[in-house]
Design a protein around this ligand. Structure first.
Ligand code: SAH
Length: 255
């Protein structure tokens, strides 16, 4: 899968692409990331990519023409067949908030062209002409779309087969509807005693079934406490068993 990132700050991506478990996905080309700077497609001595907003007011706006040229270069480089173009994604507070279902969608597709806005944003005429989908990270304002692009790339890369050390690992992560869509259970590691605090006994028992039951119970309790909406959705999908309901009923006083 191939992602083309349009950014005025491609240098931000170098350390991101070189670190952590996802590094292998980028290095092997399993998730190809190509960086494009609209400045390289701007005209004139100053290679201008932004200008003042019509109507006045603070800040600058990303100009349509350098973006259009940059996009044309990407389309040519991708050598896409007519009608099979990768979607152009603009990161913006306007967009739908990124979630697990959307990440799964992206991770099963052909990739995308990711446009990172800067300044006050992008000339609306370019958005109307070329953007297929807008994606938001949440109800707050970033200085640029780069962090949002990295969030999407990271979440997509870790879902690719072989990227995490243990292939089952992401199956057990939070939000996986194929499992139960619940939040993950708490985790503990050595030492067994830390500042007078121990580790829940089932995890030390060596009994596989007991450990699995404890983990399941914790997923249920953590989700009931922090994200009851996810528990409701799991119920609607028929993923909450009678034993689960009994545990939740017994624990109601603790929630
Ligand atoms: N004037 C805009 C904010 C511009 S911030 C407004 O008030 O809505 C500059 C760029 O940062 C945006 O073009 C967008 O690409 C990115 N950005 C800002 N907030 C974001 C968010 N919540 N999610 C995704 N991208 C965001």
């Amino acid at each position: 899968m191939r992602f083309d990132v349009i950014t005025l700050f491609p240098e931000l991506f170098a350390p991101f692409l070189a670190c952590g478990v996802t590094r292998r996905a980028y290095a092997s080309g399993q998730v190809q990331v190509h960086l494009w700077n609209p400045r390289d497609h701007a005209e004139g001595n100053y290679r201008r990519v932004d200008d003042r907003p019509f109507g006045g007011g603070p800040g600058m706006v990303m100009m349509a023409e350098p973006l259009a040229r940059c996009l044309a270069a990407i389309r040519a480089d991708r050598a896409e067949a007519e009608g099979a173009q990768a979607p152009l994604v603009l990161f913006s507070p306007v967009g739908r908030r990124l979630d697990h279902a959307a990440v799964q969608g992206w991770s099963a597709g052909v990739g995308a062209v990711l446009l990172c806005g800067r300044y006050e944003g992008v000339d609306q005429r370019f958005i109307d002409a070329h953007v297929d989908v807008q994606v938001s990270l949440g109800d707050f304002v970033l200085s640029g779309g780069e962090i949002a692009a990295m969030a999407l790339l990271d979440a997509v890369a870790r879902l690719q087969p072989g990227v995490l050390h243990d292939d089952d690992s992401h199956q057990l992560d939070s939000f996986n509807p194929a499992l139960d869509g619940l939040l993950d259970c708490p985790h503990y590691t050595r030492p067994e005693q830390w500042q007078g605090l121990g580790v829940p006994a089932p995890l030390l028992s060596g009994h596989h079934a007991q450990i699995e039951r404890w983990r399941r119970d914790q997923r249920l309790l953590v989700t009931a406490r922090h994200r009851p909406d996810l528990l409701e959705a799991a119920r609607a999908r028929g993923q909450i068993t009678r034993a689960d309901e009994e545990l939740l009923a017994r624990s109601r006083a603790l929630l």
